[in-house]
Write a protein that binds this ligand. Structure first.
Ligand code: C5P
Length: 226
């Protein structure tokens, strides 16, 4: 039987990877497929939640029964996520948000000029949406969950990131060497701000999603307040 422990809850999930435009045809992007975020949205809906999926450039069909807001850049994702979070019980930031964006946007296509070296690309920091959502909970008792892709010292870096971001749960996975990005499986450790550590063995992204919702549902129940 499918648990309905998220019935009556509104959850927001971000998915995909942002694109930061340089000119009308070029962008800085990343390899996130959006599969983990979509798996989170689908499993939350199956458990009875109302789901808002803020999707950045994921080439995946809109899941049935989920409200999808399509965005492209980090700034657009921020606006959509903050708005959707206003009445959310939980926000899960599974999207790969670009840390930097080009300082300037060329309204015309950047051209190569014979004999002239290209100008370096200047970058500026994007706001950290997860840290912002964690610091200013728009609703008391709202849970905020982040994701962290690490290539080394996974647990130590994860703990430090959890503290820095101020979120309740951080799903840490190891990337690189063909792991996680674009694949259908994931392996992770979910770190809790209460010191908890939940290992999730290699498996489908839906299985990891269900572990995240188990932890979220349990915490929401403890906090009470609907
Ligand atoms: O700092 P790092 O990019 O490793 O953190 C990853 C987590 O932070 C993810 O949950 C991602 O969605 C979120 N993030 C964000 N805003 C940024 C960068 C990352 O919300 N500008």
């Amino acid at each position: 039987a499918v648990p309905t422990d998220l019935a009556g809850r509104h959850v927001v999930v971000s998915a995909g990877g942002t694109r930061e435009p340089l000119d009308p045809v070029r962008f800085l992007g990343n390899r996130s497929s959006g599969k983990q975020g979509y798996a989170l949205a689908v499993t939350a809906a199956a458990r009875g939640a109302r789901v808002t999926l803020v999707s950045a450039n994921a080439e995946l069909p809109d899941p049935a029964g989920v409200d999808v807001v399509h965005v492209s850049t980090a700034l657009e994702l921020r606006e959509a996520a903050l708005k959707a979070a206003e009445d959310a019980d939980a926000v899960v930031m599974a999207a790969a948000v670009a840390d930097f964006r080009p300082t300037e946007y060329a309204t015309g296509k950047i051209k190569k000029v014979e004999g002239v070296e290209p100008a370096p690309v200047a970058l500026v920091r994007n706001p950290d949406i997860l840290a912002e959502l964690s610091a200013h909970r728009v609703r008391s008792g709202q849970l905020v969950v982040g994701f962290a892709a690490e290539t080394d010292d996974v647990l130590a870096n994860g703990r430090a990131k959890l503290a820095r971001k101020g979120c309740d749960l951080l799903v840490v996975n190891e990337v690189g060497n063909g792991k996680a990005f674009g694949t259908d499986v994931n392996e992770a450790v979910v770190l809790g701000s209460d010191g908890s550590e939940t290992a999730v063995p290699v498996g489908p992204k839906e299985a990891l999603a269900d572990v995240v919702w188990d932890l979220v549902a349990k915490r929401l129940e403890t906090i009470g307040g609907r």
